[in-house]
Write a protein that binds this ligand. Sequence first.
Ligand SMILES: Nc1ncnc2c1ncn2[C@@H]1O[C@H](COP(=O)(O)OP(=O)(O)OP(=O)(O)O)[C@@H](O)[C@H]1O
Length: 262
Amino acid sequence: MAVLEVEGLRVVRDGVLAVDDVSFQLAAESDTALVGPNGAGKSSLVGAILGLIPRQAGEVRILGHRLGPAGQLPAQVRAQLAFLPQALPLQGRLPLTVAEFVGFGWDPPGPRLPWSGGGARRSAVRSALAKTGCGPLAGRLLSELSGGQLKRVLLAFCVVRPRRLLVLDEAQAGLDAPSTEQFHSLLFDLRRSEGWTVLQVSHDLDMVRRSCDQVLCLNRQLRCSGRPELALSRAQLERLYDPADVPGPPGRRAPQGSPRIR
Ligand SMILES: Nc1ncnc2c1ncn2[C@@H]1O[C@H](COP(=O)(O)OP(=O)(O)OP(=O)(O)O)[C@@H](O)[C@H]1O
C-alpha cells in the first residue's frame, strides 16, 4: 500500500490557482523531492496534503485513510506523520528546553493522564537526542539554539517515536553549506534506520540528485516526475524554470529564483 496517495488535487489561494489537478503516490520508505520555481505551489501542495490549507478538489489518502475536507484524520494516523516547516515561529516565544520540546513529540495525540508513560517518555527522549547528536543540548532553551542545532532538534522531535511519513518544507533553509550537508546526511541515515517515507520540498537540486529516489516537478501542475536522472535532465529543467511558462490566470506572478541548471 502507498503511504501517501494524492489524486486530482486542486488548491486555490486568494483567488490564485496554486495547485492544479496534481496526482501522485509515495511508496513506503521512498524519498521524494518536490521541486519547482518560487511560487510554483510547492508549499500549498504540502499544506493541503497535511490538511493545513483547504483544498478545492481532489483526494488525499495517508496510510489508506482519507483526509477529511477540513484536514481530519484518525488520531492513530496523525500520530505517524511529522512536518518540518521552513522555520519554527515559536522558537523564541516558548521557554522550553530541548528535552521538554522533544518530549511533546513522543506524546500521542489526544488527552493523556499527566503522569502516564513517564519512564518510557524519558527513555524515548534520551534515545532520540542520542540518535540526532542532540544529547549535549538537552537542557538548553530552544531560544538559545543556532539554526543548525534547531533543525537537528526537529529531527529528534520526529524520531522520538515511530512515524511513517515525514514532510519537510525547505527544512534546510537558512543553513550554511556544512550544516546543510550534516542535516541531509542525518536525515538520510534516519530515513533508512527508522523506515520513514519522506516528501521534501527543496531548491537544492544537487542534494536531490544525490539522495532522493523520485522527483516531482511542479509548476502549478505536475510537469514531470520520475527518477532524478530523468526528471532533472537539462531539457526538463529548462522547461520547468522557463520564465515564459507561467500557467494560470492573468496576473499570476511569474516564478523567479530558478536554481542554476547544470
Ligand atoms: N498565505 C497565502 N495567502 C494567499 N496566497 C498565497 C499564500 N501563500 C502563497 N500564496 C500564493 O500561492 C501561490 C503558490 O505559492 P507557494 O508558496 O505554494 O509556492 P512555492 O512553490 O512554495 O514557492 P517558494 O519556492 O517561493 O516557497 C503563489 O501565487 C502565492 O502567491
